[in-house]
Write a protein that binds this ligand. Structure first.
Ligand code: GDP
Ligand code: MN
Length: 383
């Protein structure tokens, strides 16, 4: 889960990392009010989940209210590499004496946390790593011991931080490591980490990704996901603990097990159809879960037909049939369903469905047959 800059800075501040005071706003009027409040000069910064905002014109300094108005007007609604700017972060501008780089991430091949630091910050760090690798310090940390003060000082020194800010950089690295560790982040990056003329060390930018699977341990971070950029049905699915991915076609897909769902998508595509979603009801799906899944699929208004592909293992086909019957009793779908039940208790499941005689439900014996039927139905034909 990637955080916007200002959200990352909130986490930084929580762990004692120095950041500039600022406000997140969504309108020009609020931007100007925020600028007046934090005091000029200010920086007007596009809040989008993509880097390189500065080069794209999404980061501008404003000396007074007129400039703040101009920049906020220009940046709100701007497209930055496919991301529309809907929110701005207005912060009090800093004077910059030097721009450094710092990050903490998990080095999967070394199976250890990796702290990186360079005095060549503010620019594309991949370039530094490629062209002048000696200017990027890479330091692995013992995950059980954590980053010690001595290590942090050593990293700052090795990286060539100016002598009078070694302690300040070490403080920043220690705080950044704490953010990464305690907030269950997968990445915590500062570019640039600046030194001010007063020799203060401060995070001017923040790039933080949190581990979505660890969010349950951080109720205070659960509101941080960029809700506006998230598909509302995906969000609801997440809340209900269902694996759902929105796609852009018109055939709703439900299966149990990621492998089966993926091959169902393939078979539907092969039959000439376009899947509207990926929905894995998971192993051991019971009636209640199936009902929930049907509701999720049908809340996408583009869905013209639904393919139910269940291979019973732990999941029992009769339970799935009961779920479907219960869902139909409540929701009364207007689109056709093609149902293929195979595996554990499939005969009982099919019998239940036949007895219920649900309107507009078409049984299929094989996956290919099911795919062809659903594609025909979505196109307005008959199965
Ligand atoms: P990015 O381009 O998406 O990485 O956005 P950053 O937040 O890193 O900002 C881009 C650049 O704008 C920085 O590298 C700085 O050079 C400049 N910048 C950002 N904030 C300030 C500030 O408070 N004062 C000054 N002088 N420059 C700033
Ligand atoms: Mn940056």
């Amino acid at each position: 889960m990637d955080l916007l800059e200002y959200q990352g800075k909130q986490l930084f501040a929580r762990h004692g990392l120095e950041v500039s005071p600022g406000r997140a706003v969504d309108t020009v009027a609020d931007a100007v009010a925020a600028a007046n409040e934090v005091g000029y000069p200010v920086v007007v910064k596009a809040q989008v989940l993509i880097g390189g905002r500065g080069k794209a014109g999404g980061v501008k300094l404003a000396a007074d209210e007129a400039e703040a108005t101009k920049h906020a007007t220009n940046i709100l609604g701007m497209d930055i590499h496919g991301h529309t700017v809907r929110r701005l972060w207005i912060e009090h501008a800093s004077d910059i004496a030097a721009e450094y780089y710092a990050s903490v991430l998990l080095d999967r091949s070394a199976k250890q946390p990796l702290v990186m630091f360079s005095t060549e910050g503010g620019v594309d760090i991949e370039e530094v790593a490629e062209q002048t690798p000696e200017k990027l310090v890479r330091h692995h940390v013992d995950a059980l011991e954590g980053l010690s003060r001595a290590e942090a000082v050593q990293i700052a020194t090795e990286g060539g931080a100016e002598a009078d800010v070694i302690e300040g950089v070490a403080d920043a690295l220690t705080a950044l490591y704490e953010v990464w560790m305690q907030e269950d982040a997968t990445l915590a990056e500062i570019n640039p980490l600046i030194v001010t003329p007063e020799r203060q060390v401060k995070a001017l930018d923040a790039k933080v990704s949190l581990d979505g699977n660890a969010l349950y341990r951080h109720p205070e971070n659960q509101g941080l996901s960029d809700a506006e950029n998230e598909d509302p049905i995906e969000r609801r699915a997440k809340e209900q603990g269902v694996q759902y991915v929105a796609l852009d076609g018109d055939i709703g897909i439900l299966g149990n097990g990621a492998g089966l769902v993926m091959s169902t998508l393939d078979v539907v595509a092969q039959a000439g159809g376009r899947p509207a979603n990926f929905l894995d009801a998971g192993g051991g799906s019971d009636a209640a879960k199936i009902k929930q899944a049907v509701e999720l699929i049908l809340s996408n208004e583009r869905v013209k037909a639904v393919l139910f592909n269940i291979f019973g293992g732990i999941t029992r086909c009769d339970e799935v049939a009961k779920g479907l019957i219960a869902a139909f009793a409540e929701i009364k779908p207007e689109v056709p369903f093609v149902v293929r039940l195979d595996g554990t208790n499939d005969v009982a499941g099919r019998e239940l469905l036949a007895e219920a005689a649900l309107p507009n439900v078409h049984p299929a014996a094989t996956m290919n047959e099911a795919a062809e039927k659903v594609v025909a139905l979505a196109a307005g034909g008959s199965a």
